[in-house]
Design a protein around this ligand. Structure first.
Ligand code: NBG
Length: 802
């Protein structure tokens, strides 16, 4: 829509025009969804010119491109993202108002694009936005899952999973590119450097423009959809075998049917490996084709290409790149390897042993025979060099080999990613240190300096401007509009922390956000909460290491104390949980159930006089996070130290002024450094202490014996106090805590409880609370994903950034 003005009148006319030309509806009968579609198309049109300019500029100037390969992009809704970044939020609101349409109503109708499980996928989405903002020519590559992360329904306290259907009404933001398609092989044989796949699947591109802040640049998110080579086998269909005629199609389409439903604990499933190879191979074919078109030949590929592997999921791309260079382009092996290493870099997102991906050699040989040969060749060279440098050290060779020989011969994808890259990064300072000391200790010794740290960041445009417009307006008023462009200038807010008038405005905004959240809670759960209470939130994936259980146990202890001494001056608290558990993760699902059961008892107990409430909000999503975060007073970041690689929810909450109660884990440590140790509540063991306790054979029994309060909580739980209809429901859970407390819940319990009481005390002196809250917002500028992306650009990709 070249030349459309961004005035309300022009936008209104454009929306009306799209309502008929694109949606095919008259105004008189248009539904809200029709208006959403018409509006989205107008917004998309406004982005397109910038998009095409950006792509053409990169091509003409021969710029280096960055490719972000990720199996997950947890994008959420795009309408407000785009309105905000194009600077047309108010104009569109006014345009729609003139048509009697409420923009906020349309916003709520847009489905969340939930093509990710949690932090890793959301990080990819924030990074895409920052790359566009900083003018970096970048493509995101992933899979266009027909069904994203499952819809969570809590039925009688129990999590149920239902398929999510974000594409049911189409997706106005994407461009289907049926002409951009590649054949992807699987299986067959490999001889003499030639692969003869037994099966072919077609990858078809869908492009979504990603608009940077102030439309600085518009990049592409290219997602692949799987198709069969032939839509059906006609001869079978005609002979009456309708299912058989579609069998190949179903097998092919399964690849992009659903997001892999696990978070951090991969289960060895062939479909998952097919997904990984499918999108890695399609992306490499695409970027190599683009390069050859732009630069004439393959020789300069490494000068003009940076590929970031988001975790090991795309790591097979290393072998695929070698195959393309050596088998297709006839590049000499050693040159190809040098090019590959110059091109790739890899981000590690977890050290949990069960989450480090490995694939059975037998499966790889069957599905990707040529790649397995290439992996063996890379490994041979690698081990050859190792033996030369460390003769006789067979143990070392076993540890650094790409093949794990001790657990049934498996390919270690993290080793492949590490060896095929020039840089490997962790996502917080602590995590990176632990990478060097633990999982990658030996490889770090072989390639010192290869591991670097880039602490995660978050897109302020979404997590501040869009999610909390009132706070953004206040910040802009206080420190000037530069705060929207240079996040570090938030530090200029510090002098306002003691300003009572400013504190009052800051608090009033929180209060308004809490009132809105209270309405949402009333609507969804039929529970009344008082916006004057302390809103204490624990929102993230359900995982034992994240220790939602510790929070629930502390709530029970508090409940016991309140019942024992009802007349004490207790701080009113609302404890809010939200998060999904992997479908097969029974204990995490049991913890959801426990939250529900405990909430049921507490919320109904009139003796508490509404001073304590606990609830579990179902179906956590990016959009729900946008509603909860600006309404949060306290942020729970209480993982077992050493286990949370970084966390990014912790950053979103602190940025919006929530105080953190947390362990010295992941980015909590850096948050403490930036907001100041007096403005964060740290408790419990640090990572070194956890490791020492674990090595010394930590016995929960000692911790329980030392804590009568904890003992009472566990006894009550084991006796069925919260599940009278099934007294034994939590017996196993309590048993686990008593005898096999891997996540050291018991060890940190007393420290956590005491810290929560310090938090109560601070809440009781509002001037001190709001001072700390303002200082949190003021200190969080560094956690912008723009800062993180500048670091990637400078030390890893070697591309300029604004
Ligand atoms: C997650 C970590 C988080 C981290 C995000 C983004 C995986 C495998 N890892 O701590 O658990 O913030 O990655 O880096 O999902």
């Amino acid at each position: 829509m070249t030349g459309v003005e961004k005035t309300p009148a022009a936008l209104r006319a454009a929306i009306l025009a799209k309502l008929s030309s694109h949606v095919g509806r008259r105004r008189s009968i248009a539904t809200p969804r029709d208006w959403l579609l018409a509006t989205a198309i107008v917004v998309r049109d406004l982005a397109v010119d910038r998009w095409l300019d950006s792509l053409e500029g990169t091509f003409r100037q021969g710029e280096k491109r960055v490719y972000y390969l990720s199996l997950e992009f947890l994008i959420g809704r795009l309408l407000f993202d785009n309105l905000n970044n194009l600077g047309i939020m108010d104009a569109v609101r006014e345009a729609l108002a003139g048509l009697d349409v409420d923009l906020d109503h349309l916003r709520a109708l847009e489905p969340d694009a939930a093509l990710g499980n949690g932090g890793l996928g959301r990080l990819a989405a924030c990074f895409m936005e920052s790359m566009a903002t900083l003018g970096i020519p970048a493509y995101g590559y992933g899979i266009r899952y027909e069904h994203g992360l499952f819809r969570q329904v809590i039925n009688n306290g129990v999590q149920e999973e239902y398929p999510e259907d974000w594409l049911a009404f189409g997706n106005p933001w994407e461009f289907a590119r049926p002409d951009v398609h590649y054949e992807i092989g699987f299986g067959g044989t490999a001889e003499g450097g030639v692969w003869h796949p037994a099966e072919l699947v077609v990858a078809v591109a869908y492009d979504t423009p990603v608009v940077g802040w102030r439309a600085a640049r518009v990049n592409t998110l290219r997602l692949w959809s799987a198709r069969p080579v032939d839509p059906l086998r006609l001869e079978l269909f005609n002979s009456g075998d309708h299912a058989g005629a579609l069998a190949a199609r179903i097998r092919a389409e399964a690849i992009s049917k659903v997001l892999y439903p696990s978070d951090a604990t991969p289960v060895g499933e062939e479909l998952r490996l097919r997904q990984e190879y499918f999108f890695a191979a399609a992306s490499l074919q695409d970027l190599v084709r683009r390069h050859v078109k732009a630069f004439g030949d393959i020789a300069s590929l490494a000068d003009k290409t940076a590929i970031q592997l988001n975790d090991t999921h795309p790591a097979i791309a290393v072998a695929e790149m070698m195959r393309i260079l050596v088998d297709h382009h006839r590049v000499a092996w050693s040159d190809a390897w040098a090019m590959t290493r110059a091109i790739f870099s890899y981000t590690n997102h977890t050290l949990l042993p069960e989450a480090l991906e490995t694939w059975p050699v037998a499966l790889m040989e069957r599905l990707l025979p040529r790649h397995m040969q290439i992996i063996y060749l890379i490994n041979e060279e690698h081990l050859g060099a190792l033996r030369a440098a460390h003769p006789g050290d067979d143990q070392l060779a076993l540890r650094v080999s790409m093949i794990d020989e001790l657990h049934g011969r498996r390919v270690r994808m993290s080793h492949l990613a590490f060896l095929g890259s020039h840089r490997v990064n962790g996502v917080s300072a602590l995590h990176t240190d632990l990478m060097r000391e633990t999982v990658f200790r030996d490889l770090n010794g072989l390639r010192p300096g290869q591991i670097v740290n880039v602490t995660n960041g978050i897109a302020f445009r979404r997590w501040l401007h869009e999610a909390n417009p009132q706070l953004t307006a206040l910040l802009t008023e206080a420190v000037g509009a530069r705060v929207l462009d240079q996040e570090e200038s938030l530090s200029a807010l510090r002098p306002f922390a003691d300003d009572t008038a400013f504190q009052a405005r800051f608090a009033a905004i929180r209060r308004a956000n809490k009132t809105a959240l209270a309405q949402l809670i009333r609507r969804d759960l039929d529970i009344r909460v008082d916006p004057a209470a302390l809103f204490d939130v624990h929102i993230k994936r359900m995982h034992e290491y994240k220790r939602q259980l510790l929070n629930i146990l502390e709530t029970i202890a508090l409940y016991h104390a309140m019942r024992a001494r009802p007349d004490e001056d207790w701080t009113p608290r609302v404890k809010l949980f939200a998060g999904k558990a992997a479908a097969s993760y029974h204990r995490a699902k049991l913890i959801i159930r426990l939250a529900g059961d405990v909430g049921r008892v507490i919320n109904a107990d009139t003796a508490l006089r509404d001073r304590l409430k606990l609830m579990f909000l179902p179906n956590y999503s990016v959009s729900l996070a946008e509603a909860i975060i600006p309404a949060s007073d306290l942020s729970e970041q209480i993982s077992t130290a050493g286990m949370e690689a970084s966390g990014t929810g912790n950053m979103k909450l602190a940025l919006n002024g929530a105080l953190t109660v947390g362990t010295l884990d992941g980015a909590n440590i850096e948050i403490r450094d930036h907001v100041g140790p007096d403005n964060i509540f740290i408790f419990g063991m640090n990572a070194a202490e956890v490791a020492a306790r674990a090595a010394g054979g930590f016995a929960a029994a000692d911790a329980i014996a030392a804590s009568p309060m904890l003992a009472e909580v566990l006894d009550a739980l084991a006796a069925g106090a919260f599940s009278p209809e099934e007294p034994g429901r939590y017996a196993g859970l309590v048993d686990m805590l008593r005898h096999d407390d891997r996540f050291m819940v018991c060890a940190d319990f007393d420290s956590y409880y005491a810290t929560q009481r310090r938090i109560d005390a601070l809440w009781a002196s509002p001037a001190a609370w709001w001072r700390a809250s303002v200082l949190n917002t003021a200190g969080m500028g560094w956690f912008s994903s723009d800062r993180a992306i500048r670091e990637y650009a400078g030390q890893i990709w070697h591309v300029p950034s604004c």
